[in-house]
Design a protein around this ligand. Structure first.
Ligand code: C6P
Length: 424
């Protein structure tokens, strides 16, 4: 799995290297602050992203001018709030190439979206002996909900293996699909940065009679994602990883599937008629949105989508991939540093690494002293850590407001960590 041996062949390439961020740092108020007296180098974008003024203003405008509960009252503010919420739904649908906004269910985050499918679709359909196909590289959010569904139904989990190159080993995909009812996998790995060939897997899965759920938490914010091209049945992603506020996320599903599924939660907003003993549901997608929704979050998500689309997701992907490659090259020059994930091919701007003789938490602590924010730990991917043979990694993840100086600051800070702990 190791991609770059310490000190190997590492002359930093300046090929297509972004010296400037794709957007002004000044669009993001938090990037103006200092951390421990240093310029903030924010490289924890796979965990969550910073918010531009445009998103903050959209949320503030909603609360200042329009705040009301949606779908309930007939007064002016309520109809404005409802229209803003539903406009956000249409905006999300366009963003992922979905022609019918009824397929867009607002949830809190990717985790809730996957749980909704594992509860509402899977528990009612899986039978003893059925198989759910996952990959060993999944985030816990795309493992644990399926474990719960399997426990409730007697279904089994099967895992696609990962090759030593950090890519899924699809040699035995047809065999692995035997008895499978649903395949659930990430589009891009939050640890390795690998972009998996989801379209190819979806085609094979459909031929084998299985449905496909794509966890787009690390792809929708960074690269073009089109549900028609992917050919998936369900797609999940989080607003906070794409410049929008926390607490808003999306489950997209083929509307016909949503029609067939029972609600995930019961309560206000999702009902048509309530009797003492039973109730009927509203039409989709509202059947899945019980209780007061996060209207401000949806409005902020629409503003974030506008911002990202004005830049262009192809450009964002190319920018991050180039920065990630440069960072890997710089890190490879440092003795004892090992980076993980594919060396080439389609890849997100995520760079996981270890430093021989140092725990990743210690590395991240010294990096923070230098103003460089990275994540360290298992990244909610314990099975993947076992596959890689490590307990934890440090991880730098780039976004559109990062630039070459950020990659250089990362490498300088890693050298500093080695000096601090006197590691040769
Ligand atoms: N990964 C990371 O630092 P939520 O928490 O529901 O917004 O996203 C969950 C999730 C699901 N799938 C993938 C591929 C993810 O990367 C994440 C979130 C963060 O890597 C937080 S653990």
């Amino acid at each position: 799995m190791t991609v770059t041996a310490p000190g190997a062949d590492a002359a930093p390439s300046l090929r297509a290297l972004p010296a400037e961020p794709l957007v002004p740092r000044s669009d993001f108020p938090v990037l103006a602050r200092e951390v421990r007296g240093k310029r903030l180098v924010y490289l924890d974008n796979a965990a969550t992203t910073q918010k531009p003024f445009a998103v903050l203003a959209a949320v503030a405008d909603y609360y200042r001018q329009h705040n009301a509960n949606v779908h309930r009252a007939l007064h002016t503010l309520a109809s404005e709030a409802t229209e803003m919420y539903e406009a956000a739904r249409r905006r999300v649908a366009r963003f992922i190439g979905a022609d019918d906004p009824r397929g867009v269910v607002f949830v809190r985050n990717t985790t809730e979206a996957i749980n909704l499918v594992a509860a509402s679709w899977a528990r009612a359909r899986l039978r003893a002996g059925d198989v759910v196909l996952l990959t060993v590289a999944e985030h816990h959010s795309n493992i644990v909900p399926w474990q719960l569904a399997a426990r409730a139904t007697g279904a089994r989990l099967r895992y696609l293996p990962l090759g030593d190159d950090g890519r899924l080993d699809l040699a035995k995909l047809d065999e692995a699909l035997a008895g499978v009812r649903i395949v659930a996998l990430a589009h891009a790995s939050n640890v390795l940065g690998t972009v998996h060939p989801v379209g190819e897997i979806a085609r094979a899965a459909h031929e084998a009679g299985a449905l496909v759920l794509v966890d787009a938490a690390q792809s929708a914010p960074h690269m073009p994602v089109d549900v028609r091209e992917l050919g998936c049945d369900f797609l999940a992603f989080s607003g906070h990883k794409m410049l929008a506020p926390m607490g808003i996320g999306v489950l997209w599903a083929r509307p016909a599937l949503l029609e067939e599924m029972e609600p995930y939660m019961g309560g206000g907003e999702m009902i048509d008629v309530v009797e003492l003993e039973s109730s009927t549901w509203r039409e989709i997608p509202w059947k899945f949105e019980a209780g007061t929704p996060n209207v401000a979050g949806a409005v902020g998500l629409a503003a974030a989508i506008d911002y990202l689309e004005a830049v262009g997701r192809e450009r964002i992907h190319a920018h991050e991939a180039a920065l990630g490659r440069y960072a890997r090259e710089l890190l490879a020059e440092i003795p004892g540093v090992v980076t993980y994930g594919p060396e080439d091919g389609d890849r997100a701007g995520i760079v996981s690494f270890t430093v021989a003789g140092l725990h990743p938490h210690d590395v991240s602590q010294v990096l923070d002293d230098e103003g460089v924010a990275v994540r360290a730990g298992h990244h909610c991917c314990q099975p993947l850590m076992r596959r890689l043979g490590v307990e934890a990694t440090a991880r730098a993840s780039f976004y559109l407001y990062n630039d070459r100086e950020d990659a250089l600051a990362l490498a300088r800070a890693v050298r500093r960590a080695k000096e601090f702990f006197r590691v040769p």
